[in-house]
Design a protein around this ligand. Structure first.
Ligand SMILES: C[S@@+](CC[C@H](N)C(=O)[O-])C[C@H]1O[C@@H](n2cnc3c(N)ncnc32)[C@H](O)[C@@H]1O
Length: 345
């Protein structure tokens, strides 16, 4: 694809609350046919953020995803996150009102148990968390434990997520601060009051029916479960949207407890290509991804690059090309801004 029009008009500098998307500017990503889409940032109260820190959290993409959803009718009755991890996107979209309800799902039994217990057995989880000494000895205990019940799985997930380097609950990552505990202490990311407030918010969302449920399983199963839920409630056709955020292609084996190989990435692309359901997919910009979701293979799919916004000199911020991409089969692009080659020079 020609890069000509993309180099003609620079991306406009934008203040925090100013729309930055999708300015079709001097972004090198345009060469791959990706439309820059940042969305309008809306502040999220701290207690509405995920109780989990998550490697690869897509919180930064919430404004762009919201803009995609809001450009389309009907408004979704249900958004489903089959690779939910820390569920930061679901929680953010609920908070800003871009979606009414979400269904969370993940293959990892610790993650799924965390969300099940957080939404239904919240007081137990809060009390158990508060009883827990945040020490390297307890880190060793939880790391070695093979929990059987949902409660212990949920607590193991929360404890290790908040005390392990980068929030990694699998792999070889060690405790925050290392065994020597010199520069950082293991409890430096374990603000119990803040986590409690977030857990209570999650419970409130579940009580209000805005988190409709939690499913443990592979994405394929979660899609089936979601279709059943949607059908059983009699919601309008096309009012179901899947947000898919599969594991990283690079380094995924070291971060998540469930591996996702090239074969899995290909199977997901094949499913989405033939799917009549509405979906939004986020990835890091990797050659395999650009190939699997390229215009030659999926002509109907829209492709976006999500710029990062760095604050400049304290007053202005400047979007710069990021590594993250969004693909969707939603029919409308925000504000009919067209495709890269449609832009004025
Ligand atoms: C990139 S993370 C999701 C991060 C999340 N979007 C966030 O913002 O916190 C990917 C998740 O997919 C899960 N996963 C891995 N293989 C899976 C599979 N086959 N089906 C469903 N979930 C899977 C992992 O356990 C991990 O939690």
């Amino acid at each position: 694809m020609s890069a000509g029009p993309m180099t003609a008009s620079p991306i406009r500098a934008a203040s925090l609350n100013e729309p930055t998307s999708p300015q079709l500017g001097a972004s090198p990503v345009g060469m791959e046919g990706l439309i820059p889409l940042a969305g309008v940032r809306r502040p999220l109260p701290l207690n509405t953020l995920s109780p989990l820190r998550y490697p690869g959290s897509k919180r930064r993409m919430i404004p762009a995803i919201a803009e995609l959803i809001e450009a389309n009718v009907p408004a979704p009755e249900l958004l489903v996150e089959p690779f939910c991890g820390g569920a930061s996107v679901s929680l953010g979209l609920l908070e800003i009102g871009a979606v009414k309800r979400v269904l969370l799902a993940d293959l990892d039994p610790l993650i799924a148990a965390f969300w099940k217990v957080a939404t239904t057995d919240t007081e137990w989880l809060i009390a158990a968390m508060r009883r827990e000494p945040i020490t390297v000895e307890r880190w060793d205990y939880w790391r070695a434990l093979k929990p059987t019940g949902a409660r212990n799985r949920a607590l193991k997930c929360l404890f290790l997520n908040r005390t392990t380097f980068s929030g990694i609950i699998g792999g070889n990552a060690g405790p925050i601060g290392g065994r020597a505990q010199l520069n950082y202490k293991i409890d430096c990311r374990f603000d119990m009051n803040g986590i409690e407030a977030r857990l209570r918010h999650v419970r409130k969302l579940a009580d209000e029916g805005r988190i409709v449920g939690v499913h443990e399983g592979r994405w394929e199963d979660s899609i089936r479960v979601a279709l059943d839920v949607h059908a059983a409630r009699g919601w309008r056709t096309k009012s179901l949207v899947f947000y898919m955020d599969p594991p990283y292609i690079e380094k995924a084996g070291g971060i998540y407890r469930r591996s996702f190989s090239e074969r899995h990435h290909r199977a997901l692309a094949e499913y989405l290509n033939g799917s009549g359901e509405r979906w939004i997919l986020s990835y890091d910009k990797e050659p395999l991804v650009l190939d699997l979701y390229g215009a030659d293979k999926m002509p109907e799919v829209r492709r976006f690059a999500v710029p990062h916004t760095y604050t400049m000199t304290g007053t202005r911020s400047r979007p710069v090309p990021g590594r993250e991409v969004l693909f969707t089969n939603l029919p409308q692009v925000p504000a009919a801004r067209g495709r890269p080659d449609d832009t004025e020079s």
